[in-house]
Structure formats: structure tokens, C-alpha cells
Design a protein around this ligand. Structure first.
Ligand SMILES: C[S@@+](CC[C@H](N)C(=O)[O-])C[C@H]1O[C@@H](n2cnc3c(N)ncnc32)[C@H](O)[C@@H]1O
Length: 388
């Protein structure tokens, strides 16, 4: 979802029009209005410009830009104290439904991203940032964005995401079920919630699964690695995203499991049938608002429905499909249990068993989170499915 376009502004020294290539790895639209900003700009002024949709092309010190961005974020996150009248009005209103809270939460998140995305910095062709006290971000940018043969302008916040991803990739995420680290790449779904990986480690393997299994939408390769560690001799792991394919191959080499796992680019299933077919599709129906969200949101439950619809055609007799899915979408009212059961039944599948686990991520116990009720009730399940 990389956006490239031309971004234009007026040079404050000469009054002449200037332009550069605009680049956004997460699909941010090119800002229409841009002014040049520097160390003298106060946070309140910067924040007002950003709210109005005016982007700030930074020419000052890099570290000052970082601090300015933090100051802008504080202004967004600071909730003004309610007057007693406002409190009374709120108390008289019916509380929002979980679905309304969810939509409000997504809206607030996208407004926050748009506002903070208004602070822009320049890059040279080799990803050097030509600003005072700028760090060397060349490796992080090359990993996330690949080669790019022109100087360009991008948002500082996006660069911070790229730097964060580089650190995750370098350090890795500890996966208890594997007894090892997985190193996610930028834009690839990171298995930070280990409980679903544990489900795949503990579920009883169906007969014949020791020979071959498929891992559909492998991401970092984490579930394929668990299956290989459990003794499955040959796993075919698929994904559509070239970054996921590269990331999975690198992780499996690192874990010394590559000889057991074939990583292939495929739309869902590879050719043939297996005794075990595992899939962890994105858990929420909805349109992703950036490429980073694509592993979380599944537009119109496309991947989930297509996996279920195609599963019977890829299972050996007596084989099992393992669907990993959280019921968070059900608690929010985005999908019903009845709908899921109906998709399973109309695909000619029966539920053999469902193994549930509670997520342990910190937000599940954060009562101040507007989605707390849904998060606290959330269950992650491994559905064992067979053909009828
Ligand atoms: C939620 S992530 C799960 C990744 C990994 N299996 C895990 O459990 O951590 C879903 C993955 O499915 C991939 N994907 C989405 N649509 C796909 C399709 N049609 N065929 C294959 N993979 C797909 C995405 O690129 C992403 O890597």
C-alpha cells in the first residue's frame, strides 16, 4: 500500500514553488497544504496547523522534531476535564453499544494518525535524513521500504514505525511455545499474543499429520515452525505478501527448520491435500486503514470465508482443519456466532472440538479502555473441523 506522489510548498527564503516526491508506506494521502517549519515553531501552533490539515515540512533539528511530535500527541491524548453540566449530559445519555464504541475508537485512532502524520521530514536517495542530529536510519528504511531511487518526503511518525519494526526484527519476539524467538519484518503480523501459538502446540494431531500439513497465511512462519517442531515432516506454508514470505523463510532458516517447511506464494491453499490444514486469518471483519492493519482486518471476512469454503477440497480423508479465531468480533457485534457456524456448515464441515484460551495481553485488564468489556470477555479458540 505504498503511496508515491508529488508534494509541493513555497520556499520561505525565495517565495518560489518547490516540490519533492511524497512517499507513504502505510498509504497516507499526500498532504495538500504544506508549510516549512523549524525549531522556532511552538507546539500549540504546530498542533493547530496539523488539525487544520496543513503539513509541516521540518527543516530544523531532528531531535526537536521528535519532541514536537510527542508534544502534539499529548495535546491529542489530553482529555479536558468535564464540567459538571457535561458530566450530567453524559450520564443522561445511554452508554454507547460495543459496536458504537469500536467505531468511535477506530475513528479517533485514524484522526490521531492523520494529525500526527502531518509532521514531515526529508530523505536523501540513500535514506539519509539531511537534518541536524538525525540518526542513521538507512538500514531500517531499506528493510521496510526497499530500494528507492529519488529523494523524498515522508512523515516522521511513519519513520518512527519503521525504526520500531527494525528493533523488533533485530531483537525478535520470544515465543514460549517454540522455546525460541521469532523475528517479524515490517508489515508482517507479529505473534506477540502467544496464546494462539500455544493452542497449535497443544491440540492433538490428527492421524497422518506427521507426514504433511499446510499452514495457510503463514506470516512470520510461526505456526509452521510449531508444526515442524511437533514432528510434522513436511509443512507447506503459504502467503500472498512477499514480505511475509521473506520473513517466514528467514525465521525458519534461523530455527533450523527450513528443510521441513516449504514456503510458497499462493492465494490460500497450495495444490493437493493434507491431513492437517491450519489457518489463523485476521480476526476482525473490516477495511484496513493502512497496510499494517491488513493482518488484523479482513474485509467482509473474505479470508475466513474462503478458507472455510475451500478447506474440504484440501483435506485428506479423516484430516482436520484448524481454524484459529478470537471471538472479539462477536463481542463487538461485527460477526455473530451463528454466522460463523453457518459458514462452517455450508462448507460441508463439522466441528469436532473447540479448544479455548483466554488472551493474556495487558489491555484485557485495562478498565479505562473503551473496549474493555469486549476485551475482557474475549476468548481465542482453535476450531477442529472435519468434512461431514
Ligand atoms: C493474522 S495473519 C497470521 C499470520 C501467522 N499465521 C500467525 O499466526 O502469526 C494472516 C496472514 O494471512 C496472510 N493472507 C491474507 N490473505 C491471504 C491469502 N488470500 N492467501 C494467503 N495468505 C493470505 C496475510 O498476509 C497474513 O500474513
Amino acid at each position: 500500500m505504498t503511496t508515491t506522489a508529488t508534494i509541493g510548498w513555497t520556499d520561505p527564503a525565495t517565495g518560489a514553488p518547490a516540490s519533492a516526491t511524497w512517499r507513504s508506506g502505510s498509504g497516507l494521502a499526500v498532504p495538500k497544504k504544506v508549510i516549512v517549519a523549524g525549531d522556532q515553531m511552538a507546539a500549540d501552533v504546530a498542533y493547530r496547523h496539523a488539525l487544520d490539515g496543513t503539513a509541516l515540512l521540518w527543516r530544523g533539528d531532528f531531535q526537536n522534531a521528535r519532541q514536537l511530535l510527542q508534544a502534539m500527541a499529548r495535546r491529542i491524548d489530553h482529555k479536558p476535564a468535564r464540567t459538571s453540566r457535561a458530566k450530567a449530559v453524559k450520564a443522561a445519555k445511554a452508554p454507547p453499544s460495543p459496536l458504537e464504541s469500536f467505531h468511535l475508537h477506530r475513528l479517533a485512532q485514524s484522526q490521531r494518525a492523520r494529525t500526527l502524520g502531518m509532521l514531515l521530514i526529508p530523505f536523501e536517495t540513500d535514506y539519509t535524513v539531511p537534518l541536524r542530529r538525525a540518526p542513521d536510519v538507512r538500514q531500517a528504511c531499506n528493510e521496510a521500504w526497499g530500494r528507492f531511487d529519488a529523494p523524498f518526503v515522508a512523515s516522521l511518525r511513519e519513520l518512527q514505525g519503521v525504526i520500531g519494526a527494525h528493533e523488533w526484527r533485530r531483537k525478535g519476539v520470544p515465543i514460549a511455545a517454540l522455546g525460541a524467538h521469532i523475528h517479524p519484518w515490517y508489515g508482517v503480523f507479529s505473534p506477540i499474543r502467544g496464546e494462539y501459538v500455544q493452542l497449535v502446540k497443544d491440540a492433538p494431531l490428527p492421524a497422518g499429520a506427521g507426514q504433511e500439513a499446510f499452514d495457510i497465511g503463514t506470516g512470520t512462519g510461526v505456526l509452521a515452525a510449531v508444526l515442524a517442531q511437533r514432528g510434522v515432516r513436511h509443512v507447506v506454508a503459504t502467503d500472498m505478501d512477499p514480505r511475509a514470505l521473506g520473513c517466514a523463510r528467514e525465521n525458519l532458516e534461523r530455527l533450523d527448520l527450513a528443510r521441513h517447511i516449504e514456503v510458497v506464494q499462493a492465494d490460500l491453499f497450495p495444490a493437493g491435500r493434507a491431513a492437517l490444514v491450519v489457518c489463523n486469518p485476521p480476526w476482525l471483519p473490516g477495511k484496513p486503514s493502512s497496510s499494517i492493519e491488513a493482518a488484523v482486518y479482513d474485509p467482509d471476512s473474505r479470508m475466513l470465508k474462503a478458507f472455510l469454503a475451500g478447506l474440504a477440497g484440501h483435506l485428506l480423508p479423516g484430516g482436520e482443519g484448524w481454524l484459529i479465531l478470537s471471538d472479539f468480533a462477536e463481542h463487538l457485534g461485527l460477526r455473530s456466532r451463528g454466522q460463523l457456524l453457518q459458514w462452517i456448515a455450508s462448507a460441508g464441515l463439522a466441528v469436532v472440538d473447540r479448544i479455548d484460551t483466554r488472551p493474556v495481553h495487558p489491555r484485557a485488564s485495562d478498565a479505562a479502555d473503551p473496549l474493555h468489556a469486549a476485551r475482557a470477555a474475549e476468548m481465542t479458540s482453535l476450531w477442529r473441523l472435519r468434512t461431514n
